[in-house]
Design a protein around this ligand. Structure first.
Ligand code: FES
Length: 757
């Protein structure tokens, strides 16, 4: 019997920017259909038309005689209540140009350029407030709340001569906080409707009065700020405030527009920029390699996700477009957010491509109502990238971003949590000791010559080394769980956990177990290295970071106690509820017992010859709520702990291996190709060789250390293809992200990998 094909039912084209989930449920798909199926869209529900094609939106914005602004440029109540009639957003010419001529000089690019140092100081202060969270491990930051929003707030406050967040006067700080608070409340809408809530109305009244009071303040005492400039401005000798502009409330409306436009849209642009770079690591890598692309990245973000998605006009005459007649007095919504993705104007319009040939986009509007503050927004976004990106490195989302409950016009993020750190340092070129030779290569690693200032026997077969930088300069910051490479002349480079105090910026302490069957690194340390000798240290890096938790169970076996020592110190300092179970063969072979004694019965010392093997069933048999398990020790202990924790919540268990985790067969046994994007090389990796060795043979410098997938040194960003992860460093989540790999041991699941080398 022949099958009957049934065409899927076309869904109705429903454009409703008041719908609470509109901007989080693929608005760009709706826009695409509007451009194709209804370029002049009629909203029966709201009684307005909408234009979405680039040429149509641009033509309407440029034809201010036909598409007028006297009914305001918003589509909700805010056009009437938050921007009073008669203020610049509701003005047509010639009045609009007259008023704009007063404000415009303060926003000319050359005038804005003079603000660069001040804006950079604002951004640096914000970045400095979270920069150290990524030192020595993965830290988290909310880029919306801790950069994208506060930056334009601070800049606007500075422009308006308003108190800074550090103002000495608590009353001034309170005024500032109140204004900031109101700004968010202004956005409160009755869900699914164009109506402001009473909270938004009260906030609107508060902000307007704030600006009216501010004008009065500056009348009494002039300052070097924009508000004083308004007070003193004139148009052809006639005072600006009180004459040409008839009421102060109109000027307060003007300031409201500057405020909302300057803060919210810049927060939107900046947040989106970092969000797009997180989603597009290939573009981020391009930007990191060539910072001259920063302005292009800003423009591309503005095009792709335009903060001001729509604006409204009212027709002064009948207009016929694409066969649809809009009557005189018709309300028309122009959607730059849709026009900027018009395939008739932009090839591959949904792609974020910072190398896209520069072309006109409508992100800052066009015509008489083109964005006054565009030079300022561009400058702020550029500085945010320049200052934050080197600190953030190859950051990754730490959770789903949340959307700001904003007006129907705006596309702005409320929260953008990301993690950054381990690989968050700026790549630089330096000469480093690489195996037995010194090579020059691009690295994010720190390497320093250090002096052995103390060597102490901690237990049978265990010594600790205390190191200081040879010039007594500070060493890189680190966090619990970090390790460094000890680069020794005449012995293999080995990795050792840092077991000192992270607060000591001038010293590292390592614990080293003599391994008679090892490759010789520990024997060298035990037998030959002496106080006063020089060694090289590289790193630190952290594959075993301590995640904040109210409760911890630490399990250490033998020399696995070393990374745990700074962890328990941190847990104690944080007031966490923690416990350490420390196993070893014999008491005499268990290091640092004297230090551990200070923690009393939080620490259980379990020498095997006295108490037998650790009772892991008792420790781990029942998953404990809100508890993270950290384990370091020999492979049998780790495997047993992993098995017992199989039923624990996802991500409750954290382990660190000193030896490679046993691996199954590789996913494929044939050769595969690696494309090295930056080196412009394509190489074949045969089944019996590692990517690392093939890449090195081709003359591409890659820092590596353990060559067995345990140290994380050779971590390389993956730009394409799917790796076959065979390391002992990455967590399951990191493996599934497939955006980096350890090329000393990991291979490919696909015919080809594209690596950032
Ligand atoms: Fe250590 Fe690759 S060199 S993980």
């Amino acid at each position: 019997m022949a099958e009957t094909a049934t065409a899927p039912l076309a869904t109705a084209l429903d454009y409703d920017p008041f719908r609470p989930d509109f901007y989080t449920s693929d608005p760009f798909g709706t826009y695409r259909r509007m451009r194709d199926e209804a370029p002049v869209y009629w909203s029966e529900r709201w009684g307005w038309y909408a234009l979405t094609r680039f040429e149509d939106v641009r033509a309407a914005a440029l034809d201010a005689d036909t598409f007028r602004s006297f009914e305001g440029m918003d589509i909700d109540d805010s056009r009437l209540e938050q921007v009073p009639p008669g203020s610049i957003g509701s003005m047509d010419n010639p009045r609009h140009d007259e008023v704009r001529s007063v404000v415009q000089p303060y926003f000319l690019p050359r005038r804005i350029a003079q603000l660069e140092d001040g804006i950079r100081a604002v951004v640096r202060e914000l970045v400095d407030s979270w920069r150290d969270r990524g030192a020595g491990g993965r830290g988290t930051v909310d880029l919306a709340q801790e950069l994208a929003w506060p930056m334009p707030f601070d800049v606007f406050f500075h422009l308006m001569g308003l108190p800074s967040r550090h103002d000495d006067d608590p009353l001034e700080r309170a005024r500032r906080d109140q204004l900031e608070h109101w700004t968010h409340e202004l956005k409160d809408r009755v869900p699914g409707t164009p109506h402001l809530t009473p909270v938004a109305r009260a906030a609107t009244a508060g902000v307007q009065q704030f600006f009216i009071d501010l004008l009065e303040d500056r009348r009494r005492a002039a300052r070097d700020d924009l508000v004083t400039a308004f007070v003193n401005a004139d148009i052809d000798g006639v005072p600006f405030v009180g004459e040409r502009v008839t009421t102060e409330s109109e000027v307060s409306g003007l300031m409201m527009i500057l405020f909302l436009g300057g803060v919210e849209s810049t927060a939107g642009l900046t947040g989106t920029l970092f969000e797009l770079l997180a989603e597009n690591p290939d573009q981020r890598a391009l930007l990191q390699a060539d910072p001259s692309l920063v302005p292009a990245a800003v423009e591309e973000a503005m095009r792709l996700i335009t903060p001001l998605q729509l604006t409204a006009r009212t027709t002064s005459r009948e207009v016929t477009l694409h066969g649809v007649t809009i009557p005189a007095g018709g309300r028309v919504v122009l959607i730059p957010g849709a026009a900027n993705r018009d395939e008739r104007q932009f090839p591959d319009p949904d792609a974020f491509d910072i190398t896209r040939p520069r072309g006109r986009h409508l992100g800052f509007g066009e015509g008489v109502h083109g964005c006054l503050g565009a030079p300022l927004a561009r400058l702020e976004a550029r500085i945010a990238l320049e200052e934050a990106l080197p600190v953030l490195g190859d950051y990754q989302p730490a959770g789903p971003p949340t959307f700001y409950p904003s007006s129907p016009n705006m596309y702005v993020w409320k929260n953008l949590p990301i993690t950054f750190g381990r690989d968050g340092r700026r790549p630089h070129v330096e000469a480093v000791s690489h195996r037995t030779t010194t090579v020059t290569l691009a690295t994010t690693e720190f390497e320093a010559e250090a002096l052995v200032v103390a060597k102490r026997e901690e237990a049978d077969g265990v010594v600790s080394l205390s190191l200081r930088e040879a010039g007594d300069r500070p060493l890189p910051a680190w966090g619990p769980g970090s390790h460094v490479d000890l680069v020794l002349d005449g012995a293999p480079t080995r990795q050792y956990s840092l077991c000192g105090d992270p607060a000591d910026h001038h010293g590292y302490r390592l614990g080293v177990l003599r391994d008679p069957d090892g490759r010789g690194g520990s024997r060298y340390v035990h037998d030959r290295l002496a106080v006063g000798d020089r060694v090289r240290v590289r790193g630190p890096r952290n594959n075993f970071p301590l995640v904040a938790s109210p409760r911890y169970l630490f399990i250490a076996g033998g020399i696995g106690i070393t990374p745990v020592l700074p962890m328990i110190r941190a847990a104690e300092a944080a007031g966490a509820d923690w416990r350490l179970v420390y196993g070893g063969r014999r008491r005499a072979s268990m290091a640092f017992l004297d230090e551990l004694a200070a923690y009393g019965d939080r620490v259980s010392v379990r020498p095997q010859d006295e108490t037998g093997l650790l009772d892991l069933d008792a420790l781990l048999g029942t998953p404990q709520p809100d508890t993270l398990v950290y384990c370091c020790g020999p492979e049998p202990l780790l495997a047993a702990v992993e098995q017992r924790c199989a039923g624990w919540p996802h991500a409750a268990l954290h382990v660190e291996r000193f030896a490679p985790r046993p691996q199954g067969e590789p996913a494929r046994t044939e050769a595969f190709e690696v494309d090295l994007g930056r080196s412009e090389l394509t190489l074949t990796v045969p089944p019996d060789r590692s990517i690392l060795s093939v890449v090195e043979e081709a003359g591409v410098g890659v820092l590596s250390s353990c060559a067995e997938g345990t140290c994380g040194t050779c971590e390389t960003a993956v730009l394409g293809g799917v790796p076959d992860h065979r390391d002992s460093v990455l967590t399951d989540d990191e493996r599934q992200a497939n955006d980096c790999m350890m090329i000393c041991v990991s291979r490919a699941r696909t015919d080809r990998l594209v690596l950032d080398l």
